[in-house]
Design a protein around this ligand. Structure first.
Ligand SMILES: C[S@@+](CC[C@H](N)C(=O)[O-])C[C@H]1O[C@@H](n2cnc3c(N)ncnc32)[C@H](O)[C@@H]1O
Length: 220
């Protein structure tokens, strides 16, 4: 089905999201600190505890997870907004940990196939214009058997809360590029990833998805 005529294209919406985060960058840490404990609990600790080796963090933002990474990880962080990682640079310096921070679009990652394990993204699929394309790219750069670790907010099945999400939706998309009604599970399953729900159940959805190793072809 064709999108309505006034729906912006992905490129146009990506440019708009970049401008929104550039403007929000100086206030981002304060704004997110209001919501992250009640909504995500110890989600960042959970995500980073799974990091080993060559890690790609997609939409690294202000680098709020940098202090949680185990010291031996080799970390590359990518973000669309030039302003958001400015704080990540000072965090990396303060921690005295070498961190490679780059500008980039999650929908077109500038890395060869099978480069990283794991790939992490927190509070990211809610703000990327084409989350399916972003997950497909994360799966592409993930090594076979590797883990894609996601932490995000999604549409709730609770009807009362969902009604509130619907009310707020137009405002959060317009002013924060933030989609409250997404259900990214479909995007995660599309490239053939296997969904693993960690225990104990988290207050917000998390997914840790191992990439299946390549299957032998039928004629081998
Ligand atoms: C809600 S913030 C989350 C930042 C960080 N991941 C965190 O957990 O605090 C969303 C981030 O996604 C980035 N972003 C949005 N669209 C993107 C894209 N297409 N590619 C890369 N980063 C993107 C924004 O610049 C912003 O830093």
């Amino acid at each position: 089905m064709a999108p309505p005529a006034d729906t912006p294209g992905v490129d146009e919406e990506t440019a708009r999201v970049r401008a929104l985060y550039d403007a929000m960058a100086p206030r981002y840490d304060w704004l997110i600190s209001l919501a992250e404990r009640p909504l995500f609990g110890h989600g960042r600790d959970w995500a980073c505890a799974q990091a080993r080796g060559d890690v790609l963090e997609v939409a690294v933002g202000t680098g709020r997870r940098l202090p949680y990474y185990p010291p031996a990880t080799r970390l590359i962080g990518v973000d669309l907004s030039p302003a958001m990682p400015a704080k990540a640079h000072s965090r990396a310096d303060a921690l005295n940990r070498p961190t490679d921070l780059r500008l980039g679009d999650a929908q077109h990652l500038d890395f060869p196939d099978a480069t990283f394990d794991p790939v992490l993204a927190t509070l990211t699929l809610c703000s990327i214009p084409d989350p399916e394309a972003a997950v497909a790219e994360m799966a592409r750069v993930l090594r076979p058997g590797g883990r894609l670790v996601l932490l995000d907010h999604v549409a709730t099945p609770n009807r009362a809360v969902r009604a509130i999400q619907r009310l707020l939706y137009a405002l959060t998309v317009r002013f924060q590029g933030d989609h409250l009604l997404r259900e990214p599970e479909h995007a995660v399953l599309a490239p053939g990833l296997v969904l693993v729900q960690p225990a104990p159940p988290a207050p917000s959805p998390r997914a840790s998805t191992p990439k299946p190793p390549p299957q032998p072809s039928a004629d081998s």
